[in-house]
Structures are given as structure tokens and as C-alpha cells.
Design a protein around this ligand. Sequence first.
Ligand code: FAD
Ligand code: PYC
Length: 404
Amino acid sequence: ALTYHENWQRAWRNPTPKKKYDVIVVGGGGHGLATAYYLAKEHGITNVAVVEKGWLGGGNTARNTTIVRSNYLWDEAAWLYEHAMKLWEGLSQDLNYNVMYSQRGVMNLGHTLQDMRDIHRRVNANRLNGIDGEVLDIKQIQEIVPMMDCSKNTRYPIMGASWQPRGGVARHDAVAWGFARGADALGVDMLQQTEVTGIRKSGNKVLGVETNRGFIAADTVGVVTAGNSGVLAKMAGFQLPIESHPLQALVSEPMKPILDTVVMSNKVHGYVSQSDKGDLVIGAGIDGYNGYGQRGSYSTIEHTLQAIVELFPMFSRVRMNRQWGGIVDTCPDACPIISATPVGGLFFNCGWGTGGFKATPGSGNVFAATLAAGKPHPLAAPFSIDRFISGKLIDEHGAAGVAH
Ligand code: FAD
Ligand code: PYC
């Protein structure tokens, strides 16, 4: 089938680093690439480099389970994720690249009275913010997912669910590639295999980044390195309130279409969707220890599959194909940090933890505006690092969907 498929046009260039850029974005995951794209597209800042130690989109962007939703509890978080959701809805057209955003709905199950109170509260809060959301009873759940065990015979019977019809999944690689191609076309340099090893400062002002390919100067540096954010902050001489944990996922052998929505349960603790290729895409909570190994431990997988089989007994005979881990940057209030830092010209966008894929376009969009103006975009302002001094935390552990 690949006969004559040779000499394809490259989707982006492979340039030699310039000596100086106006803006350096460290980290070529979805968030970093989206930041570069919107810097060029919306702010006309094209003398930009994305500096990536591996290959574009090979970090958590490549390793995530692609659930997209905006049903967060508190206004600040709901507005930020809904901003992202609106961008998702036009992203394939904007990038002229099919990111395969499939609005198949996301269902968050409740198994206790307290779960149901939380679900009602969150759905009401979402609706007050103009975000779609419904509370489903068992009959409605069963109509959407007939094969799920909604009987009273399970260990934690399902009592109801929240339902966000506009939520769904997208194709992770396409998101990274679409933003990379779009940014490259606007003049942004993608520097792959370029690891930042130090952050050069003069007094309290950033001068640029040390890399394995030499020093690269910039007036503004935006760090978007997810699980490695603590390492980069240390290079700049300060600490972040972030822990790095493995988060695992696994996929089954491909099957014919069987599940056309996304089901998540915080109580029995597992979630599942079916990819367009046919694999069941499965995950659960973080591994409890800190670490940078992109693997995770067996006990977490075992617990995850117990939950999935409790919800879907028929999946007990499906064979699992692959397992992997990413390193997620968890923050004490389960919300991101989009912020200036103690170093002038140096900004961080991190702390998205287990839930940043859904934010990719929104995060890049508000971070680009923050870098361009040198002050926070209004939607980013509540997510400043100062909140850990003022105490104005935004606790989204309930909406995070994945325990951490
Ligand atoms: P990344 O894609 O990790 O990009 C950061 C980049 O920085 C990497 O490419 C890395 O190589 C680079 N980097 C690091 N250090 C350096 C350095 N020194 N120099 C140069 N480059 C460097 N979120 C959801 O919303 N929905 C989900 O369903 C979901 N499921 C998940 C499942 C798993 C198993 C995992 C691990 C995560 C999941 N997430 C999910 C979270 C989501 O993947 C992340 O929040 C999001 O992808 C982060 O994007 P990013 O671009 O910030 O990070
Ligand atoms: O944030 O919705 C989420 C999520 C699902 C799986 C991992 N994170």
C-alpha cells in the first residue's frame, strides 16, 4: 500500500537553532506547541523556538487517554476548561488538520449518596456557567451504555451519573502534529533532540537556556514541561509545589465498535473508552510514589482492571495489548499553575497533572497571551503561583476524575 509513497513533504522543518529568539517555549508537548502556534497566529510573534528534548508530542501528550470535558466545579477552572472546549470544537478547521475530536459524551458515575450529591452540585454549577451537563438516572445510563452492569448485584451499585454530551475524545498525535505544523508554517522553529540543561540569568532576569546544542538567548522563556517542571524550576533557582508521579494507561486488542461513549468512575476507580482503531482505552489513578520512570506498578493495573470488569463483566475475556506510563505534575489543589515566576521574563505553565490533555488548546491560548503581554491572561490570572501564598486555592480534586 505504501508503494510510491516516497519523498513526502515534511510537516515541519528541522532548523538549526538561531542564536536568539524573542520567545523560547521549553517543552514540545501539546501545550508547548499550542503556545507557540497562538503566539504566532494571534500575537504576531514568530521569532519563536520550541525546544524539545525528545520528539514532538512524545511526553504525556502521547501517553494520555484523550478524554476531553469541561465539567469542573469552580468558576475559575470551569471557565478555563470551557475556553479550551470551545477551541476544540473548531480546532480541526483552524489547523486544517483533523484532530479527530469526537463529541461522544463523557459519563461520570456515582455509586454512593455522597457521590450523587457531588454530581448534582457540579452539574448545577456547570449549568450556571453555561456548560452543558445533565444528571442521569439508572434507566438513562442503561439506554446510553446497555452493556454496563447497572444491577444491584455489584459491590458498589451505580446510583446515577453526570453526563456532558459535548465531551469526548480526540486523537493525541494529531493534536501535537497539527499545532506543530501550524506553528512551523507561521515561522516557529521546532528544535527536537534539544534538551534544556540550565536556565541562564543575569541577576533576576532570564537571558536564555543552556542546551545540549549550546546556549540559546531569549527575552522571554515559557516552560511547559509537565512532569519535569520541578527539574526546570530547580535550574532557575526556585521550587514549585508540584509532585511528579507515574500515571498509567493500557489498551486492549482492537475490537469491533462496542462502546460509543466515555465512562469514568471515581469510586470503583477506572475509566474506559474505545478508540477509533477499536482498542479499549483504560486507566485509573496515579501510582502513589514520586518518580520519573514512565512505567508504574502492577498493583495499580490490577486495581484498574478489577474496576473495569466490575462495571463491564463482558470485558473480562478481552485481552490487554499494551501498557505504559507518563509522568504527571500534580498540584496540591489539582489545578494548573500558569504564572510569572520570581525570575523576570521566565514563565511556567504546569501542574495539569492527570487532566491537561483536555486543556491543550486553551492552555496554549492563554499562555501565549500571557507571554506576549508579560502579564496574565484574565482566564490564567487565578492560576498564578501566588495562590499558594495567599491561600486562594481552587480545589478541583472532585472534578479531576482521576484520584491523586
Ligand atoms: P507533555 O506532553 O509531557 O510535554 C512536555 C514536554 O517537555 C515533553 O515532550 C518533554 O520531553 C519535554 N521536556 C521535559 N524536560 C525537558 C527539557 N529539560 N528540555 C526540553 N524539553 C523537555 N488529560 C486529560 O485531559 N484527559 C485524559 O484522558 C488524560 N489521560 C492521561 C492518561 C495518562 C496515562 C497520562 C500520563 C496523562 C493523562 N492526562 C490526561 C494528562 C495529560 O496527558 C497531560 O496533562 C498533558 O498531556 C500535558 O501536556 P504537556 O504538553 O504539558 O506535557
Ligand atoms: O481528566 O478527565 C480526565 C482524565 C481522564 C483520564 C485521565 N484524566
